[in-house]
Design a protein. Structure first.
Length: 385
């Protein structure tokens, strides 16, 4: 239940919602150039793994592989068979330190030789899954990835079958079981909600924040652990919440307290937190050029728009508990006002619904997302959760 990897996909232009590929080598070259060289993996995904689709012609030229063997997973398309030339190339890929994943793999006489070079097999759950094949893969030490996981029941079934990785709609909106929430670490959700609000104020009340943090022992522990980490290189140990808040400064207090608190709020929260932080930062960045919107308020709207999932609380109930302005609540619940319009735009971008939008706006949204993604990755790498 953690975000451990991403898949790199190709689109011909910024408004395309599906892949149109006329030349596989050209498409692969373009997407690799943007991801690995123009952008860079650290900015794009932090320290996570990245799967990318490699056509047969690309596999036969290992010198084209990106210089990140510890992070990149070379994904062999389902159309590739295990002929001697491909097997020799994949053995070189493995020797260079890359993982090799077989995409939408179906075991046949032609594809079976690929098992000798695979480290991961991606199984399409929309196709029949044969238990004897799964047992064969596991007996050979190959790790299993379930594709198109749509719900919690499917996730649990294949987790129990020995699958380690999961990809699909379930990631976008994981379900939370009530009994799981009740068996959690006993969070004081009311205090958490008040702390979230206080942290996003233009001038937070440190005394109030100190009192609210003290009501959550695990948050206190994680905050002190972070502020005493090597990143700060302090000669003397910080032992109180008051010292920690003064050392961090307001911007770090906002992000670290919010991130640590939510990251330790359960598996569904951990899974969605990077997306929530990216959305919030994107709202903030876009608001910087909008005179009628306060950027801190925009950040709060972006973050709060996913808070029902992050905290396992109904959104209407959450809005009743939070001392937020009517403007913020109307934006989140009804998409009303300028804040509501901003949130609607960011949600449309996330879902690739850019039909009718100008290329200039799409480019601006792309840049805002990339900057926000970089920031989110940096925050998540700083927090031990």
């Amino acid at each position: 239940m953690r975000h451990v990897a991403d898949e790199l996909l190709y689109r011909a232009n910024a408004t395309a919602t599906f892949a149109t590929i006329e030349d596989q080598m050209q498409a692969t070259a373009r997407v690799c150039n943007v991801a690995f060289y123009e952008t860079g993996l650290e900015k794009l995904i932090g320290n996570r793994k990245l799967f990318f689709n490699a056509p047969r012609e690309w596999l036969l030229k290992p010198e084209l592989l990106p210089p990140y063997p510890e992070q990149v997973v070379v994904e062999v398309l389902e159309s590739v068979t295990g002929d001697p030339e491909v097997l020799e190339a994949l053995q070189k890929v493995r020797q260079l330190g890359y993982d090799v994943a077989l995409d939408d793999f179906i075991l046949t006489t032609e594809t079976e030789p690929l098992l000798d070079v695979a480290t991961i097999i991606k199984v399409d759950l929309f196709e029949p899954v044969r238990e004897e094949d799964i047992e064969l893969y596991k007996s050979r030490g190959i790790r299993l990835l379930a594709e198109k996981v749509e719900d919690l029941e499917t996730f649990k079934h294949y987790r129990d079958q020995g699958f380690e990785f999961f990809q699909g709609y379930f990631y976008s909106k994981p379900e939370v079981h009530e009994e799981t929430s009740r068996k959690g670490r006993g969070n004081n959700k009311g205090a958490q909600i008040r702390l979230l609000k206080e942290a996003q104020e233009e001038e937070p009340n440190y005394a109030a924040m100190e009192n609210l943090i003290a009501q959550d022992p695990q948050l206190t522990f994680m905050l002190l652990k972070y502020v005493n980490s090597a990143a700060f290189r302090r000669r003397s140990e910080i032992t109180t919440i008051h010292q920690a808040l003064n050392t961090l400064g307001i911007d770090r207090v906002r992000t670290i307290v919010t991130t640590v608190m939510l990251a330790n709020n359960g598996p569904a929260s951990r899974l969605l937190l990077p997306q929530a932080l990216t959305r919030a930062a994107m709202c903030e960045k876009l608001a910087e050029s909008m005179s009628a919107i306060n950027k801190r308020t925009a950040f709060m709207v972006g973050l709060m728009s996913m808070m029902d999932l992050l905290m396992g609380v109904d959104m209407n109930e959450l809005m009743d508990q939070l001392p937020l302005s009517k403007e913020i609540k109307d934006a989140i619940l009804h998409r009303e006002g300028k804040l509501g319009q901003l949130l609607t735009l960011v949600l449309a971008f996330e879902q690739a619904r850019m039909e009718g939008k100008s290329p200039g706006l799409v480019e601006r949204l792309n840049q805002a997302w990339m900057d926000s993604q970089v920031w989110s990755n940096e925050i998540m790498m700083q927090v031990d959760y």
